[in-house]
Write a protein that binds this ligand. Sequence first.
Ligand SMILES: [Zn+2]
Length: 224
Amino acid sequence: MPAPPPLSLQPADALLVIDMQNDFVSAVNGRGGALAVAGGHDIVSPIKTLASRFAHVVLTQDWHPRGHISFATTHPGKEPFETIAAPYGAQALWPEHCLQHTHGAELHPELDIPHAELILRKGYKRDLDSYSAFVENDHTTPTGLAGYLRERGLKRLFVCGLAYDFCVRHTAVDGKQLGFETLVVEDASRAVDLPGTVDATNDALARLGIPRVLWTQIHAASAR
Ligand SMILES: [Zn+2]
């Protein structure tokens, strides 16, 4: 197969690195975080290298209070990966993860992207989860990221991180629908991979014309 064409970065491009936190990153020694995504550790180094090619990088940080609506432990009798009917619609339940001010909520120590300009926290309201970095799970409440990017003049977004089929998916979809040219860096992302979630993500991205690209395709602008 021929190598995919190179993508040259432009000044108005930004890399969005989604939820690369200890609780989501699988550990090299097999001891993963509370909600470790398989292969999560494999993308830390590629993301670090990829980020060095971008002038603008935004990191997100899942940041939950105790008793968060997305925790199975908040709902007696419920198990992780079941779905509940929240006031704002269906909400999947997870093991407790990314509790505010815990080690699990910290960004992965090997990520090391010193020039990242913004760390956007999400999911900090007890009764409302947020997969997307743009709009919370009620599909109404904005996080402010779109305004930040617009005010900074950033127009094209490359989305990577964890997890491909949840927060990366919803961030990419919302970014595109909010008018940003959006691409997903597929091999710098990893999926939770519940039944059907990867196929649904691929379909959603295709429907909106969001390309899935490889991190090795992306090169710094020749002027830099
Ligand atoms: Zn969460």
